[in-house]
Design a protein around this ligand. Sequence first.
Ligand SMILES: [Zn+2]
Length: 290
Amino acid sequence: MRFMYIVVFLMISLVTMPIEAKSFARSDISFSSDEMVRGDVILINIKAGDGETPRITWMKKDVSLVLNPARSLWQGFLAADLNSKPGRYQVLVEMPSSDVKEQFDIQVNDMDYGVRNLTLPKEKVELDAESLKRVKEETAVISALWSAQKPIPAWKGNFLMPVDGEIAGTFGKRSVINNLERSPHSGLDQKGETGELVRAINNGKVALVADHFFTGNSMFVDHGGGIISMYFHLDKILVKEGDTVDKGQTIGLVGATGRVTGPHLHWGVRVNGARVNPLTLIDLSRGLEE
Ligand SMILES: [Zn+2]
């Protein structure tokens, strides 16, 4: 008799018990590393159902995440700009549906990327008033791209190299041009012949096509979620602003436009406005599923 009571009680409990959401634990959050150097990115992984959309705050900005539904895994990149001050920075992970807040420390270290010495024609370095005005206007147009509202991620899976050429200029080097300290090298130079095909490194939308003083024929592709890639000194640009591009699609041709010493592709990536080493992004994205 007593046994029956228990069975009935259990049956009623099962019917009336609210279905609990899967509780979220700190151990559901992991990072590819808990330290990085300035100009680097790390990957954040969060195990949560697609009913839960985690919110990440890093260096005072929201970080967009991409959901891998098969594995109930949210993934995204935390970036430290090339000029970030070394130190400990906090990542805040919030699960709005369960009121969970977890904080983690990430160490950003200094890095010696080396120096490059360049000799260029005087008029390409010491700008006259007209060129200076042009460069200022161009800088403002580009800055607006970094601060624009970031659309939903269009990028998926791994990022590609835009060309196959040998790396001729690495990321992050201090630049000494005609014996004067200039902005550091915020992208990657790859060798290439004029006319060689340039591929989009991931899916996205063409955000800007322009002919700029330093970077010549320039193109910016917005991959969504705060990731923007750029391709400079192009001979020709084969897409228009607003065009949607697929990963691997030919978007331009290698050239020698702008301030260059010869044909090559300079390309770079910004993640949430931060200038980061494109090779790190490519390496870290290798394991991401489509
Ligand atoms: Zn370059």
